[in-house]
Design a protein around this ligand. Structure first.
Ligand SMILES: [Fe+2]
Length: 189
């Protein structure tokens, strides 16, 4: 579960090492320079040698490409058509997504605590990503709450630090569709 079953191919190995070196420099370098390293790497077909996704039906799938403890994790994700991933945040940790094909809409949101564990969410920014483009979750922007929508079947490479293993989700309350409660969840392996 925690490690790749097979050794990464040479192109993945090289890309991983460069992303790991950036992460060692800090989160800023990781999200500022990481996406272009991956964007360049996937232009080379050799990157995908032995790198596969799983067909997504009801929900997204995430297959491990490579990870090492305390380094970054690279996963190959597939998103089914017309799928919405609930608003969530990664406790201040950064991540980015580079699209292989399809289209993703990333909405940055802001939560206002209205009472107890009840929040109102507002969309403050949005990014549409197409093939070869990157979506970045940058906690320095003041919010790292985001929701993801895939209008069509989409494949993407998702990169995040290994310490980013849980998230906080915002789930609509039963009382109102505009009110959410926050809930800790474990990111699926
Ligand atoms: Fe996320």
């Amino acid at each position: 579960m925690a490690t790749s079953r097979t050794a990464p191919n040479e192109r993945v190995r090289d890309t991983y090492d460069r992303l790991a070196a950036l992460l060692e420099q800090g989160d800023d370098a990781f999200i500022e320079e990481g996406p272009s390293i991956l964007q360049d790497a996937i232009e080379d077909e050799a990157f995908f040698d032995g790198v596969e996704t799983e067909h997504a039906e009801e929900s997204y799938t995430r297959r491990l490409v490579h990870r090492e403890s305390d380094g970054p994790v690279i996963r190959f994700m597939e998103w089914p058509p017309e799928y919405t991933l609930m608003p969530h945040e990664h406790h201040g940790r950064p991540c980015f997504e580079v699209l292989v094909d399809g289209q993703l809409f990333l909405a940055d949101m802001e939560a206002e605590n209205v009472s107890g564990n009840e929040y109102e969410l507002d969309v403050i920014d949005g990014t549409v990503c197409g093939p070869g483009e990157a979506g970045v979750v940058d906690p320095r922007t003041g919010t790292d709450i985001h929701a993801v929508y895939s209008p069509v079947r989409t494949r993407s490479l998702h990169v995040y630090p290994d310490d980013n293993h849980y998230g906080i989700g915002y789930v609509p309350t039963e009382a109102s569709n505009d009110r959410y409660r926050s809930e800790r969840f474990q990111l699926r392996d």
